[in-house]
Design a binder for this molecule. Structure first.
Ligand code: SF4
Length: 391
């Protein structure tokens, strides 16, 4: 079982109309200092969960990944990122070979800040490029243009980043296949180690969802959306990227170590407002989820206050593992499943699920052999339908 740390940085320069991640506009000049002090305090206090007699006791492990997500972590000064990393080292111990990722908005970085992040121990950058079409960027409410993304990428290379991921969005009203293919082409020209693709979703509480409900915006035709996905998968695979997860492509050896923890149901501790954690309870061996509300003010008042959810049982862990691990192209090894959970895969899910999964195998949406079950590219396209068999 590996362990990762997630740090949620809740600041943005402006709010993108499609985004439902927790963040606030950075107005208070002292906000970053107050937030850093609170996160450092929270991380250092995690020792309370290593006591044998703690109500929730977790095993102490050094993280092999630290992930700064947001919000816009690139709005932080590098020295504050270093303070937070040091608090992790002091609390959990330090793993030399570790991945430290920072999400960056191309409109908020320059060569100096990137050099600073690199010097402070960040070794992987996740750039929120979203599109190389300025019209689309404007529609998405992004604060940067395509040229800023190219410059940020080149600055990151000059700053010494040898592991850069690019995020791209598709399925946007008014986005043609030509525009999407052009964004893919420009992304490939930069030769990033990793590319994540997102289909635009209308999330509750966002400006786009309100516009949709008021008839001021339209959803992209699902067939067109799927064609864009399939086109991207073909182009990126052809260019040598491994399609290792439904939405993620990497050059061999550059899969996101941190995000793999979510899909493999490994342990992670989340710090900051809106952050979630999943840790294996040392005593019961079951997963325990807990989280902070998305509320910066409340977090600054009491960064140690977390809400514990009902503890998982083995059945919950088996279901959660299955529906996340089937997002990976490698799928699930049935022998590893029974080693981990002490139950046969189909013995747990039953004959009906096996029969229904078999019909997806017959239509080429899934594959099964003696030890492995997985979804195919065709299956990734209708993944919700297939994964619902296991809920
Ligand atoms: S910059 Fe990122 S986190 Fe902030 S509003 Fe935009 S998409 Fe959301």
């Amino acid at each position: 079982m590996s362990f990762g740390v997630y740090v949620h940085v809740p600041f943005c320069k402006s709010k993108c109309p499609y985004c439902d991640f927790y963040s606030v506009l950075l107005r208070d000049p002292e906000a970053k200092e107050k937030y850093t002090d609170a996160v450092v305090r929270e991380i250092r206090s995690f020792k309370r969960f290593f006591e044998d007699d703690a109500e929730h006791a977790f095993m102490k492990q050094a993280p092999d990944s630290i992930y700064f997500g947001g919000g816009t972590p690139s709005l932080m000064e590098p020295i504050r990122i270093k303070e937070i990393i040091k608090a992790c080292d002091d609390t959990f111990g330090r793993e030399d070979d570790r991945e430290v990722t920072l999400e960056a908005n191309p409109g908020t970085v320059d060569q100096d800040s990137l050099k600073g992040f690199r010097a402070m121990g960040v070794n992987r950058l996740s750039l929120g490029v979203q599109s190389f079409d300025d019209q689309i960027l404007k529609k998405l409410g992004r604060i940067h243009k395509a040229a800023d993304s190219v410059k940020a990428f080149e600055d990151a290379r000059k700053a010494g980043f040898g592991n850069i991921s690019i995020d791209l969005i598709f399925g946007i009203e008014g986005q043609s296949m030509e525009s999407w293919e052009d964004s893919l082409r420009q992304a490939l020209e930069l030769e990033p180690e990793h590319i994540s693709l997102y289909s635009l979703e209308f999330m509750e509480g966002t400006v786009f969802t309100r516009m949709l409900m008021e008839g001021r915006m339209k959803e992209t035709d699902p067939e067109e959306d799927r064609k864009m996905y399939e086109r991207a998968a073909a182009v990126l695979t052809e260019a040598g990227y491994v399609h290792y997860e439904i939405s993620n492509f990497a050059k061999p050896g550059f899969e996101s170590r941190h995000n793999l923890k979510y899909w493999d149901l490994d342990d992670y501790a989340g710090f900051g407002p809106g952050a979630h954690s999943y840790m294996t309870d040392d005593e019961t061996g079951y997963g325990q989820r807990f989280y902070h509300a998305g509320d910066l003010e409340g977090y600054l008042r009491d960064p140690l206050k977390v809400t514990f959810m009902e503890p998982n049982g083995y059945a919950d862990d088996m279901v959660e593992y299955t529906i996340t691990a089937l997002r990976l192209s490698r799928g699930i090894s049935k022998s590893e499943f029974s080693d981990r959970f002490g139950q046969e895969f189909w013995g747990f899910f039953g004959d009906l699920a096996r029969l229904q999964f078999g019909s997806f195998v017959d239509t080429g949406h899934a594959a099964e052999d003696e030890d492995n079950i997985r979804l195919t590219l065709k299956g990734f396209n209708v993944s919700n339908q297939i994964l619902s068999l296991f809920v």
